[in-house]
Design a protein around this ligand. Structure first.
Ligand code: FAS
Ligand code: PHB
Length: 395
């Protein structure tokens, strides 16, 4: 290729989302050289609105990456959340049940903090990199190629971390038959809205209603994040703010609907829901991390947090390789990560199945969902099961 420019690093990271940035920062802090590549710009990544709830393990990793200062200053510690159904709502006291809590802090801010920390450390991130492709992943000399401004580049490395999300190149670069995928696509999506207005409650409300699921979340005391379940063929242009607010009110218990304060939205988007897992999460020198390996419906607030636990396991394995010359950690990565992934996939599927209206949900099914929610909120043992999964199972 004309004007080819070659680089060498220890770990090449494809993807500058939470997975890639967190892994990159932990490696940098540990003195392991790494390069991050992304096919879009920093601003495009920072323009995406996604997760909002961080488990304690995720917060701990951001502290380890020295990127947690703003999170502690601006994040909202939450000791519980409410389940709303049959016109009433019930609080699940996470802290009383588990001794742990979650922190509400937008993924966009996590990404921003990690990008700023990486820049401060002077680590290399290459944005707007086209045609990124991993090579020789099952050989001894892996490398990544990409083009930028029409010039071909090659990065030789020891390992490649595929942190490039569900639609990335890493998983697709694996040979046919190298991995097995498991998938469940849900027959509805989430229509999400952001507005600069005080949240209806100071904690999250997950609402089951015969008209469909709704979620009241937030980004701060003055910025609300709301979701309503919508049909798969829903179009943003068919949902004015007024229509959204009216539908949200209809799905909440009366006292919340009356208390709801509205304001013009500044972001509205529709996300499809799926459960997806790839096995194994490692192929030779290539490791799949985060959404590149698995997807969960956001009902359980697990997507971003699963990416963090993958990073925790892979970072530990890579550190062991470089510092102790042992590959036991990277050899165990896939199985260790998948053990936690499947438990979170199950929890997210269970929450989604219990909270949403399916096309074939009958009146009987609705009563069963409400009975399950009634049991969950009146049995300490059942509340404990919900709470320990929601705060995050141990790494
Ligand atoms: P990401 O998808 O965040 O990042 C992958 C990066 O790789 C992107 O920057 C992309 O540009 C880059 N990339 C892709 N292909 C590439 C290629 N070929 N070459 C180079 N770079 C490439 N989780 C929750 O917990 N709660 C939520 O409410 C929630 N809402 C979500 C809403 C939406 C619309 C989506 C898509 C996801 C949501 N998630 C939610 C899950 C989300 O937070 C993910 O779990 C999280 O972004 C995972 O981070 P990464 O693994 O880094 O993947
Ligand atoms: C969010 O605030 O975006 C959010 C919170 C909890 C969820 C999903 C999304 O389960």
């Amino acid at each position: 290729m004309q004007g080819r420019k070659n680089l060498r690093t220890q770990v090449a990271i494809i993807g500058s989302g939470p997975s890639g940035l967190l892994l990159g920062q932990l490696l940098t802090e540990a003195g392991v050289d790494n390069v991050i590549l992304d096919r879009v710009s920093k601003n495009y990544i920072l323009g995406r609105v996604r997760a909002g709830v961080l488990e304690e393990g995720t917060v701990g990793l951001l502290d380890e990456a020295k990127a947690g200062a703003r999170l502690h200053a601006e994040g909202l510690p939450h000791d519980g959340f409410s389940l709303a159904f049959d016109g009433r709502d019930h609080r699940i006291d996470l802290h009383e049940l588990t001794g742990r809590r979650v922190t509400v802090y937008g993924q966009t801010e996590v990404t921003r903090d990690l990008m700023q920390r990486r820049e401060a450390c002077g680590s290399l991130s290459i944005y707007d990199a086209a045609d990124v492709a991993p090579h020789d992943v099952d050989g001894g000399s892996p490398f990544v190629t990409y083009t930028k401004d029409g010039i071909g580049h090659r990065i030789d490395c020891d390992f490649i971390a595929g942190c490039d999300g569900f639609h990335g190149t890493s998983r697709r670069a694996l040979p046919e038959g190298a991995v097995r995928s498991f998938e469940k696509v849900y027959p509805f999506g989430w229509l999400g809205l952001l507005a600069d207005v005080a949240p209806v409650s100071n904690e999250l409300i997950y609402a089951n209603h015969p008209r469909g699921f709704a979620l009241c979340s937030m980004r701060s005391a003055t910025r609300s994040r709301y979701y309503i379940q919508c049909p798969l063929d829903a179009k943003i242009e068919d949902w004015s703010d007024d229509r959204f607010w009216d539908e949200l009110r209809r799905r909440l218990p009366a006292h919340h609907a009356e208390a709801l304060t509205t304001a013009p939205s500044f972001e509205k988007s529709i996300a499809p829901l799926r459960s997806f897992v790839t096995e194994p999460m490692r192929f030779g020198r290539l490791f799949l991390v985060g959404d590149a390996a698995h997807i969960v419906p956001p009902t359980g607030a697990k997507g971003l947090n699963l990416a963090a636990s993958d990073v925790h396991y892979l970072f530990g394995g890579l550190l062991e390789h470089y510092r102790e010359g042992s590959d036991s950690g990277i050899d165990a990565y896939s199985q260790t990560a998948l053990t936690r992934v499947w438990k979170a996939v199950r929890f997210s599927w269970w929450m989604t199945t219990m909270m949403h209206r399916f096309p074939d949900t009958s009146d009987f099914d609705q009563k069963i969902q409400e009975a399950e929610l009634d049991y969950l909120t009146h049995s300490r043992a059942a509340s404990m099961v919900l709470a320990e999964n929601y705060v995050g199972l141990p790494f």
